[in-house]
Design a protein around this ligand. Structure first.
Ligand code: NAD
Length: 355
């Protein structure tokens, strides 16, 4: 057994169909009385339902969350929280909404209760992001980690199939990269393996029957575990490439993750043989070299766009992304090599299987 460090994250998790109803109790448990409810403009109706559920405990709704937390939106939300004398934030939605809660918590220290409705996993991490002058900065701060997370699979029933599948593969990417992380440890690897198994089984069922509560529950369970992986250990080449594609080319977050993952995992198949063997087994295969093709086949089964070109990456994108990624690489079990990384991105751009 190799030496390792494991640090648990102090989040209370309440999981189950209908558990949104426990929100009032959970707010009380934190000793809070005035919740600012955060949503995107699209999910405002859900915010209103939450306000009705909370009655006097709802201080107000701020339905302005958008992707990548622009600093102006964060500032306006902080002002609103202060004006309403909120003593906690309820962030109900995907990573964008939870990201806005984190931006408020970072300055004010207000506790966050997160109610995720996608599979992105931000609710389980102390990682925040803020965008200023078109540049997204990310960092870690334990103050932004939600105090309580309510996972209610019923809230994900409305997530459109096309977003569910990509968001689920975004979660899968956290679990796959956790297996070969620099600071991988036995307990996070167990969670990662279980997450991969749960997601691989649940996502096709969600695509076939989006209203299947049991499949939605299993997908959310896999996403929860994947979120713990993301919050606990460092990510590698896949995340570096996706951050570059998102930051430089403004590609949609979850979709880019889904398309790149088979290729990024394949890049590591000879450098992280044991971890990727475990991934292969969780996906129904045996050997490390099967992981890329298995993930590629899963993407096809889920109806995910095949190529980076379809997501809007221009033709010079693969070369540019490879150059930027290699200029400031993350840890990766196989060193960053410019030509093979450009080649893998070109395959992803064309929608070809990993090779
Ligand atoms: N800090 C972290 O640890 C972390 C982790 C993962 C993602 N993120 C960030 O989160 C953002 C992406 O989050 P996301 O992929 O969850 O997307 P998102 O939060 O931007 O949501 C996408 C769209 O789906 C809608 N939506 C969400 N749930 C829905 C539901 N159940 N029914 C109907 N519509 C629904 C939203 O209102 C929004 O319009 C990115 O900015 C990413 O960088 C951060």
């Amino acid at each position: 057994m190799n030496a390792f460090i494991y640090q648990g994250l102090p989040v209370r998790v309440v999981f189950g169909a209908g558990k949104l109803q426990a929100l009032g109790e959970e707010i009380e448990r934190l000793g809070a009385r005035r919740a600012l409810i955060l949503t995107t403009p699209e999910q405002r109706g859900l915010g209103e339902q939450v306000a009705a559920l909370l009655g006097e405990r709802a201080a107000g709704i701020y339905p302005q969350a958008v992707m990548h937390v622009p600093i102006e939106v964060a500032r306006a939300a902080r002002d609103e929280a202060a004006r309403l004398q909120a003593d906690c934030c309820v962030a109900i939605g995907g990573g964008s909404t939870i990201g806005l809660g984190k931006a408020i918590a970072m300055e004010s220290g207000l506790p966050i209760l997160a109610i995720p409705t996608t599979y992105a996993g931000s609710e389980m991490t102390p990682i925040y992001g803020l965008t200023e002058d078109r540049l997204k900065k990310t960092g870690r701060d334990i103050r932004v980690l939600p105090k309580t997370v309510i996972y209610d699979p019923l809230l994900s029933l409305s997530l459109p199939v096309a977003i569910s599948s990509c968001s689920g593969m975004n979660a899968m990417a956290h679990a796959v990269e956790a297996m070969y992380a620099q600071d991988a440890n036995p307990i996070v690897s167990l969670m990662a393996e279980e997450s991969i198994r749960a997601l691989a089984e649940a996502l096709p069922a969600v695509v076939d029957a989006p209203n299947d509560e049991s499949a939605r529950g299993q997908a959310l369970y896999g996403a929860w575990l994947a979120g713990i992986c993301l919050g606990s250990v460092g990510m590698a080449i896949h995340h570096k490439l996706c951050h570059t594609l998102g930051g430089t080319f403004n590609l949609p977050h979850a979709q880019a993750h889904a398309v790149v993952l088979p290729h990024a995992a394949h890049y590591n198949h000879q450098a992280a043989v044991e971890p990727l063997r475990r991934v292969a087994r969780a996906l129904g295969g045996r050997e490390a070299e099967e992981v890329g093709p298995l993930l590629f086949t899963l993407n096809r089964r889920l109806g995910i766009p095949a190529s980076l070109a379809e997501l809007g990456l221009p033709e010079e994108g693969p070369a540019e992304t490879a150059r930027i990624a290699c200029a400031s690489p993350y840890y990766n079990p196989r060193p960053f090599e410019l030509a093979p990384i450009q080649a893998l991105l070109e395959r992803a751009w064309h929608g070809e299987a990993p090779a």
